[in-house]
Design a protein around this ligand. Sequence first.
Ligand code: GLY
Length: 427
Amino acid sequence: MKILILGSGGREHTLTWKTAQSCAVDQIYCAPGNGGMAQIAQCVDLRVDDLDGLADFAEQQSIDLTIVGPEAPLVAGIADLFARRGLPIYGPTQQAMQLEGSKSFARDLLRKYSIDDIRFEVFDEAGAAKAYVRRRGVPIVVKADGLAAGKGVKVAQTIEEAEAHIDLCLEEGGFGSAGDVVVVEECLVGPECSIKVFSDGETVVPMVSSQDYKRIGDGDTGNNTGGMGCYSPVPALDQATFDYIVEKLVKPTVAALAEEGYPYVGTLYAGCILTDKGPKLLEYNCRFGDPETQVVLPRLDTDLLEILQATVEGRLDEVEIAWHDARCVCVVVASGGYPDKYETGKPIIGLEDAAKLEDVVVFHAGTAQQSGQFMTNGGRVLGVTALGETFGAARERAYEAAEMIDFEGKYHRSDIAQRTVEAEESV
Ligand code: GLY
């Protein structure tokens, strides 16, 4: 089979690495790819927003399956375009993508089908939104309706903060059309966790659980990032809670989308908060997580390509999906200054030695190769990932490997998966 993988981050390197293990694969292309993906696939100079260019390429090369990493091309309708041109693609249609692309669509759907009971209202006028905030009190959450590069959500601790975010969205155009509507909703309190599933529109099969770290600093301090590390499974998530999320939240959501006429085909990512009233949906993302993919796919025993192909062909129920018990930890190594201003083009050393460590894989995110030398080419540079029988062992290996790698300005958190080791030690 010939496979095309879209994207250029750690998630996409992981998808490429796992897909390359399938004996059905003859050739993998990545568009645009990164330094690590270039080692196992052929990188093609096409941007993920060049939908027509990508469809032309898939047609010319007779690509058997295109796998989409990031959300932007899906929101722009790449799955619909490929379907119109008879090109197999793994990822939801534009209408199903509204689950991620419009917060009000997601909340309205969950309310309509009684999937959750979160208190929220939707506004396109600042005065009414502010009056609602004053009536409900704080803490309260104000969300720009559309995709806003992770900056559209404000957890407001004061009325002033909530009002300022409403103004930013509705009065000042701070997020363009993504902020033309806001959702104001109750603030959910409790530990976060996420569960991703494969869905062919009817059958839903969960992946193993994972948890990421969003803040830049140790102890969850500082600015939000794309994710500074991750682990799988989530010890705080017991089997009953896991089953509740899949059976009572995710499966009914997929059924609701089908009922609305938007069958969901692809990976669905349920971000949840474990409140004292039970698990609640914080948000849906319509794709694999990053860096969650880096700790989930190394635990997959089944051929990934077989699963994705069956999903696209609507026969996910025919595939037996198996995971192994190992613990997995990913430490993201970033450029100094990220997520604010940072420099790129720094030579990276120690990659080969780190990758030689047992049960370690170094996934590339922001890297490029110049004359055989890997250089930094983004904020998040690498996802240093290790498996182990215990979280202690996996974490030690991941940090040992991360310490063997160096470049000017290198930064990583030092507390990734620390809490899992503490949970292990307290048993
Ligand atoms: N790690 C969060 C995300 O992929 O959206």
